[in-house]
Unconditional design. Structure first.
Length: 1179
């Protein structure tokens, strides 16, 4: 089997996707830049930079906030581009799960690695996994569920083509059936550029002049790219066939390991073409390695000349994409492949730039055997060779063959059918942009088919769905986008009865092959009885339906056609319901009847009505309830159906019905006459036809009456009846539609109800019956019913169904033709949140004592701070500021935070900082190395100041134990955790979770115990809390100053070891006379707290009292009073804040909402401070 490239995606310097890159290459845009996105101008190295490194849709890939922060940006982007490349091939990623698909990633340097290993070691999250190059491949295999080989290759500049060669051989040997091949390179640190410069390979001006006389080296650049390889027989798209792949190594070279070897490159190329059996003279174009180095270019050209230019009649065309975007090192090979794919797709070779004259002294240039493509050049796609050489001598050559299948008529369809396209995406904008891309180009049936296959199955994690209906000759489109929760809804087919027929009702749908073939079958069945089905469905004269036989047969045939058309796109119901004659097709869907039985039943019912003498009748819907209609309806008119509480259907003599509805219209009451072919169906006037109908039906359909569970109803009494009797009664008796719809076991709630009929006559009825259903009509009287039908399918998709739309249209032969638009550039992500990217500017600031930090409660390192709520506002704790300074000092010293004892002095908290509801809290910490003075800044304002220094002997920084013991008072710790935080809540502190660290306290707040949870912030905050608890006023205080804070980490660790109980609780002592708080290894002196105004409470105050309640029966106790007493008693005996209550109601209980006890419990519990009720009602 041939191995082909079927999908591609990526981002390149100044090019956010493949399409953007194509535009830049063809327009000869230099993609290098000299801005300071990576490092400051003091290091003036020009590089090719990709955009939006900080963006990653972590939620889609089930990556936590902390894990996303420590994954190398290359690893994050590889995940997204893998998805894009797979769908670019027309494949739903779900189809690859569990398959033997390999992942091969070319990667060389991870410049984020050192940052995590040596500078941000205290950050939580799986750092060791984030920058591992093995994980670049393994993470893709894990998330997509791929079981083939999975590893990264590192051969320096040839890494990604070596990865391709490994994938090619793995597929050839049967180790995998498909392969993801990727390349990744980022330039985040200037030292890498410095080291490459010292190696002598970089151009000082940052301009890559491949093959040019003035070439002096290359420009480093960035790329993240993925290609998808498949066997040709399975590929829906072929960009190019990988004809062969081969590698070798230079081995020992006297000039040194980095000196390129023309000899070994020539050996590789000669062996390559000998082995694959293709003459080098047939190669049309070579995408060369072409780095623009003084030595590299001549060596490569000489090797190419030696192998490719023998017996060549015309000059060999060569190029190097590095002239356009620089050298992306490990990912360079995939940049070359991207360029070649563009050349194949457009039949234009993108030109080299920065090329004025060929390198002198190179014979192949001087003698005209090789020509550098420096203008956009038309070519006939054929064979293309690609060179890639690592600077350590690892050489690779790949031969690609173009897809020769050309577009016919630009991909336009041979019919006039509009195309329905369904898509999904991570955001509404993602769906909107994809639909825009589809709408803004001419219809290409091959492109549409790829989209049909991608979205034929649900893509998990896509929260939005949309559809568009596009046409060749009309520039306006129909489209709709909806949020999709992921919850599947059952589907119900509802078959309408008489009145839905209209002239020409089937003509539009005959364009769909499945519908047409079904109508042909129906026509064959009834042709022997003198019926012409095609005429009934396409005749434009309304008079055709004056015959009840044509009406009934026409409706039935349309319904069967719609059933089969929906079945062809895999839309089948969970339930069916019929109204009147529509119930015949319920039996067809459930398998109770054959197509022939349904058609003949409809035919003979119509024939019997024609053969029986029946009055000239009429039917109408009227806007009255049954009770109101019954009181005013003339005696000769029957109320035959109650559709909902405001609509009834009447049937009777034509003259009486006409007179009655005229009176109703005069009184502004809704009326709508039903085309019943002058037969008053379901009325007393059909009694004379009973025997004839029953006799006919007994000949056609089975006698046993066995209902399928999916067939809802029936809508008239059925006990002991045969099908023939049932349908006879159905036609002659009243239709009990509303009664069945309102039964308790009616399954249509929260369903998608699809009206299967020539007209949408039941849409308004269903909306009034229930507001929990999605109601969809497939056809509408005298409208463009191809579009109406396609809209119906689109609405089904938006609500969770998966129509197989490819089955609607003529077959598209795979693979699609060359030039079929790419899909990967149109895929957008939820990039609403930024992720961490290592920045050289950040590193400079840390080593100079300045550090910027973004704090968000989504980060696991800070999420506990959500429990620090004061006066209803989530504030950054005072102790949290100090931890940031402590952490910054530890980074400066290159030590672990817990290994450093520290002293803070003269700390002033200038203002509180609250966490924003959206976004991050951006702080800058500045520490002076000499004095230890620090500032914490938000925006342009200092919010905390003070001084800090490392304590080599922390004991000398503290007050002597002798003085502390003299001032120690022995008090009983009478306050429990519930008492403490109830009191603090009354003062305005709504502490939660880890910030409820005080476990007990004396009444004066002089002593207590604090829980140690390995968190310095919450521990020291609890020490400040007991200080506030000891203030004998219920004002709201916040700390504004700390004279001195000493943290002795070694002493604290010893105290932890000395605690033998499972709960690590530290005693805390407050020495009020000395203004000192001590616990474990922490001592705080001179805390000043300032009273602030509280916000006006929104809740009503609760007045509590304790009183004795006699435990004896009373004559009468109200339910509310008994609930209050029992709840209070229970909570007195069981100290809890989270209360779970379940109220159980049996099926036999007859109880109203007002009689439930749950609301009374909720009211009682909501009036109790600190109590969080969780009440559930189970029936």
């Amino acid at each position: 089997d041939e191995i082909v490239i079927s999908g591609i995606a990526g981002r390149f310097p100044e090019s956010d996707n493949i399409k953007h890159l194509r535009e830049n290459l063809l327009n000869k845009i230099d993609l290098g830049s000299n801005d300071n996105r990576r490092w400051n101008h003091e290091i003036p190295h020009r590089t090719g930079k990709i955009n939006n490194l900080e963006k990653f849709d972590a939620e889609y890939f089930n990556v936590s906030f902390n894990e996303a922060a420590v994954i190398d940006p290359m690893g994050r982007m590889l995940l997204e581009h893998t998805y894009e490349a797979i769908v670019d091939a027309g494949v739903n990623p779900k189809d690859l799960r569990g398959t033997k698909t390999g992942v091969f990633i070319g990667a060389c340097f991870s410049e984020s690695e050192g940052n995590w290993f040596y500078e941000k070691v205290q950050v939580s999250g799986p750092v060791i996994l984030g920058c591992s190059k093995a994980m670049f491949a393994n993470r893709i295999s894990h998330w997509f569920g791929l079981t083939g080989p999975s590893y990264s290759t590192d051969t320096a500049c040839s890494s990604s083509l070596f990865a391709l060669e490994h994938a090619y051989k793995s597929m050839r040997s049967g180790n995998c059936d498909a392969a993801i091949v990727g390349g990744a390179n980022l330039c985040l640190h200037p030292n890498s550029a410095l080291l490459f410069a010292r190696l002598g390979v970089l151009a000082l001006d940052g301009i890559c002049r491949s093959f040019d006389e003035n070439a002096s080296g290359y420009m480093r650049s960035e790329t993240i790219s993925i290609i998808f390889l498949q066997k040709a027989k399975r590929a829906k798209r072929i960009y190019a066939t990988v004809v062969y792949a081969k590698t070798n190594c230079d081995g020992f070279k006297e000039q040194g390991i980095t000196f390129p070897s023309s000899e070994m490159q020539g050996v590789l190329l000669q062996e390559f073409y000998d082995e694959c059996g293709i003459s080098p003279s047939t190669i049309d174009f070579i995408e060369a390695h072409g780095t623009g180095t003084k030595v590299g270019d001549p060596e490569e050209i000489n090797a190419i000349d030696k192998v490719f230019c023998k017996d060549r009649q015309t000059p060999l065309l060569i190029g190097s994409v590095k002239s356009n975007l620089g050298h992306s090192e490990a990912a360079a090979g995939l940049c070359q492949i991207a360029k070649v794919i563009m050349a194949i797709q457009t039949s234009i070779i993108p030109p080299n730039i920065n090329f004025t004259q060929p390198r002198k002294g190179v014979k192949a240039f001087d003698e005209g055997r090789i020509c550098v493509v420096n203008t956009a050049t038309q070519w006939k796609p054929g064979f293309v060779g690609i060179n890639s050489f690592g600077f350590g001598g690892a050489n690779c050559h790949i031969l690609l063959q173009s897809n020769l299948k050309q577009k016919v008529n630009g991909g336009a369809p041979n019919d006039d059918l509009p195309r329905l396209v369904i898509v999904s995406g991570r955001t509404e904008q993602a769906v909107d942009l994809l639909l825009n891309e589809i709408e803004n180009q001419p219809i290409d049936v091959e492109y549409v088919r790829l989209l049909h296959d991608i979205y034929a199955d649900d893509i998990q994690g896509h929260a939005y769905r949309g559809y568009a209906i596009i046409e060749s000759k009309v520039f306006t489109t129909i489209r709709e986008i909806h949020y999709y929760s992921g919850k599947k809804k059952p589907i119900c087919f509802m078959f309408s009865g008489i009145g839905s027929q209209w002239s020409g009702m089937g003509e539009a749908l005959l364009q769909f092959p499945a519908f047409y073939k079904t109508i042909e079958k129906c026509d064959i069945i009834l042709r022997t009885r003198g019926m012409c089905i095609m005429n009934i469905l396409t005749n434009k004269h309304e008079i055709i339906f004056n015959n009840i036989l044509n009406s009934l047969v026409g409706i039935t045939v349309m319904q069967i056609g719609l059933i089969e058309l929906l079945k062809s796109v895999n839309i089948v119901p969970n339930h069916v319901i019929g109204h009147s004659i529509g119930e015949l097709c319920c039996g067809y869907v459930t398998g109770n009847f054959t197509m022939e039985q349904v058609l003949l039943s409809s035919y003979y019912i119509g024939l019997a009505l024609n053969e029986t003498k029946i009055i000239h009748g009429a039917m109408a819907d009227i806007g009255l309830s049954y009770e109101n209609a019954k009181n005013i309806c003339p005696l000769d008119i029957d109320i035959i159906s109650v559709k909902n509480q405001n609509t009834c259907t009447i049937s009777g003599p034509k003259k009486s019905v006409t007179t009655f509805i005229t009176k109703l219209q005069d009184n502004n009451i809704f009326t709508k006459e039903i085309n019943c072919s002058n037969i008053p169906l379901h009325s007393r006037y059909l009694a004379s036809a009973r025997a004839t109908i029953l006799a006919y039906l007994n000949r056609i359909i089975p006698n046993n009456m066995k209902h399928s569970l999916m067939w809802q109803g029936p809508f008239c009494e059925t006990r002991g009846l045969s099908y023939a009797e049932y349908f006879t009664n159905n036609l002659l008796g009243s239709v009990l539609f509303e009664e069945t719809a309102k039964t308790e076991n009616w399954v249509f709630k929260n369903s998608i109800i699809v009206e299967i009929a020539p007209d949408k006559i039941f849409q308004s009825v269903m909306k009034e019956l229930t507001d929990t259903t999605i109601n969809i009509a497939l056809l509408q009287r005298h409208e463009d019913n191809v579009k109406v039908f396609l809209q119906g399918l689109g609405k089904m998709y938006n609500n969770g169904l998966q129509p197989q739309l490819a089955n609607l249209y003529p077959t598209v032969q795979f693979p699609v033709s060359r030039g079929t638009p790419m899909i990967s550039p149109s895929i957008k992500w939820n990039h609403s949140e930024d992720r961490y990217v290592m920045s050289f500017k950040t590193k400079q600031k840390i080593t100079s004592g300045e550090r910027s930090i973004d704090i968000t409660l989504k980060d696991e390192a800070f999420d506990y701070m959500s429990g620090h709520v004061i006066d209803g506002r989530n504030l950054l704790p005072a102790t949290g500021y100090l931890l940031l300074v402590w952490d910054t000092i530890s980074l400066l010293k290159g030590q672990w935070l817990n290994d450093i004892s520290i002293v803070f002095e003269n700390v002033k908290f200038l203002r509180a900082t609250h966490f924003p509801k959206q976004g991050n809290l951006d702080l800058t910490i500045m520490v002076q190395k000499g004095t230890g003075n620090f500032e914490i800044i938000e925006g342009d304002n200092a919010i905390v100041t003070g001084a800090a220094h490392i304590a080599s002997e922390p004991v000398k920084e503290k007050i002597s134990n002798h003085f502390l013991l003299e001032n120690c008072e022995d008090e009983e710790e009478v306050m429990t955790i519930r008492d403490i935080y109830k009191e603090l809540k009354l003062r305005g502190y709504q502490y939660a979770n880890l910030f409820r660290g005080l476990k007990s306290s004396s009444a004066t707040g002089k002593r207590g115990h604090i829980d140690w949870t390995n968190n310095w912030v919450t521990f020291i905050d609890a020490m400040l809390q007991i200080k506030i608890l000891g203030i004998d006023m219920r004002n709201l205080y916040v700390p504004t100053e700390i004279q001195k804070l000493v943290i002795d980490t070694k002493l604290h660790a010893q105290c932890i070891q000395n605690i033998t109980t499972e709960e690590k609780q530290f005693p805390v002592r407050v020495y009020k006379d000395m203004e000192t708080i001590v616990s474990g290894g922490v001592e705080i002196r001179g805390v000043k707290a300032t009273s602030i105004f509280r916000r006006k409470p929104t809740a009503s105050p609760v007045l509590e009292e304790y009183r004795f309640v006699a435990h004896r029966d009373q004559a009468e106790v109200s339910l509310q009073e008994s609930i209050i007493l029992s709840t209070h008693l229970a909570l007195e005996y069981h100290q809890m804040t989270k209360v779970n209550i379940i109220e159980l109601i049996e099926d036999d209980d007859e109880i109203t909402t007002e009689e439930l006890a749950s609301p009374l419990f909720l009211e009682v519990l909501n009036n109790l401070p600190l109590i969080k009720p969780n009440i559930n009602l189970i029936t």
